[in-house]
Design a protein around this ligand. Structure first.
Ligand code: NDP
Length: 439
């Protein structure tokens, strides 16, 4: 029942989960007796706040800040902060809701939350980013803590922003504690956290393919986005002998048949904060499609022929028609690095077609899992090696895959990882909620 002002993305995320739960609700009446669904869809706490800051011209700017603490049955609230002009209550709620199940699936002790602001980092100076982050933290600090709520990065929030946020937190509370993850390696960050979501997504795809007697090696891949998740998805694909031939940003898509030049992408995106179009200055043989020229019913990147697809940019970036084109062109596996990148109709097509389809809440959980490893290292005053963290990440992705597959098999269909991931995540949270009583 939709009773609040339209929160389209939130309803979409809730419907996706509810559609999967019929078999388990039928199987175990306790969940209805304890009103688990009614309690799950209502966040434990929602914080909305004003973020005033001064731009470089000395003018006052005001943005809306959010932190939604959705569910703490399994541990401290955990989930990223997103800085993007499209951020609103619906976006943060959908992300926070997804996060509950994703975090449960990792098997680790983390609850679900999400936050952010409708702030656009594009075109802002370093000083403006810093002032914004300081203002944002001046309200946020009172709600978070290493055992309460531990935010991380997401779209528009990387190591630089986490640094400014942490500096302000420490200044206010006068404590150096592990209240944020995705920190710099100089002062408490974990090895492999930067790579974790992308690497984890490829490990997930590897698990799906192995079960179908296929491998990543030699495969041609489409990877949307060109941010943190997309970059490290492409890096791992190259390492495993695959070839990413296309990537994108919010202005357009690059197709490069000989393989995307990843060093150039890192330079453009991680260091120079440039638009993707600049890629053409170095590679005149690549093809660039500006957003204005995308097909009306979808996105150019999914119209190229490839064996594997990795949506790694944003929500609803892969439409029903895009899904149809991927399938017609012989794409045999889709692993979602982004959160809810495929529309509901696209998901239905993948599931019906029986291709290997790894939904975001399973396939991109490597990021949050490694954030939990960062928390564990901070709490134990330890620093693990890259190889050690990467090894744990691989084990966690295997665990998530096997749990989703086996749960799907138990409740109807081994191939339907949407069903398996939703039911497995739900069961762990719901059982913990029942044990903790009516709160
Ligand atoms: P980044 O900000 O590093 O990169 C985001 C990329 O997506 C950029 O290329 C950006 O292009 C593009 N993009 C963002 N919004 C839009 C839009 N509305 N339309 C088209 N393209 C867009 O973010 P991340 O790589 O960290 O995040 C990407 C996705 O992965 C998100 O869905 C996020 O929630 C999810 N995720 C991230 C995790 C992490 O550890 N970082 C963990 C789990 C999931 P442009 O630069 O032009 O804006």
């Amino acid at each position: 029942q939709h009773t609040s002002p339209a929160q389209t993305e939130f309803y979409q995320a809730v419907e996706d989960v509810l559609d999967s739960l019929a078999p388990i609700l039928e199987d175990d009446k306790r969940y209805q007796q304890h009103a688990i669904i009614e309690r799950l869809v209502e966040p434990e706490r929602q914080i909305m706040f004003r973020v005033p800051w001064l731009d470089d011209r000395g003018q006052i700017q005001v943005n809306k800040g959010y932190r939604i603490e959705f569910n703490s049955a399994l541990g401290p609230y955990k989930g990223g902060l997103r800085f993007h002009p499209s951020v609103n209550a619906s976006i943060i709620k959908f992300l926070g809701f997804e996060q509950i199940f994703k975090n449960a699936l990792t098997g680790l002790a983390i609850g679900g939350g999400k936050g952010g602001a409708n702030f656009d980092p594009k075109g802002k100076s370093d000083q403006e980013i810093m002032r914004f982050c300081q203002s944002f933290m001046t309200e946020l600090y009172r709600h978070i803590g290493p055992n309460t709520d531990v935010p991380a990065g997401d779209i528009g929030v990387g190591t630089r922003e986490i640094g400014y946020l942490f500096g302000q937190y420490k200044r206010i509370v006068n404590r150096f504690d592990g209240v944020l993850t995705g920190k710099s390696m100089l002062w408490g960050g974990s090895e492999a956290r930067k790579q974790a979501t992308g690497f984890g997504c490829v490990y997930f795809a590897q698990n799906m393919l192995e079960d179908r007697d296929q491998s990543i090696k030699g495969k041609t891949c489409l990877v949307s986005g060109s941010g943190n998740v997309a970059i490290y998805t492409m890096e791992k694909l190259y390492e495993l002998g695959a070839k990413p031939v296309a990537c994108s940003d919010s202005n357009g898509t690059i197709y490069h048949s000989q393989g995307i030049d990843l060093d150039l992408i890192k330079d453009l995106k991680e260091r120079r904060h440039e638009r993707l179009k600049v890629y053409l200055e170095t590679h005149t043989d690549a093809e660039y499609t500006p957003r204005e020229d995308y097909p009306e019913d979808g996105h150019s990147i999914w119209r190229y022929q490839a064996d594997l697809a990795f949506p790694c940019a944003t929500q609803n970036e892969l439409t029903e028609r895009d899904a149809q084109c991927l399938l017609e062109n012989g794409c045999s596996a889709i692993a979602e690095g982004a959160n809810m990148p495929s529309t509901q109709a696209a998901v239905d097509l993948f599931v019906e077609a029986g291709v290997a389809y790894g939904p975001g809440k399973a396939a991109n959980a490597g990021g949050v899992a490694t954030s939990q490893l960062e928390m564990a290292q901070n709490a134990g005053m330890r620093h693990w090696s890259f190889a050690e963290v990467d090894q744990r990440l691989q084990e966690i992705m295997r665990h998530i895959y096997c749990t989703s597959r086996d749960t799907a098999a138990r409740y109807g269909s081994e191939r339907n990882l949407v069903l398996g991931a939703n039911i497995a995540g739900f069961k762990r949270v719901a059982d913990a909620m029942i044990e903790q009583g009516l709160v």
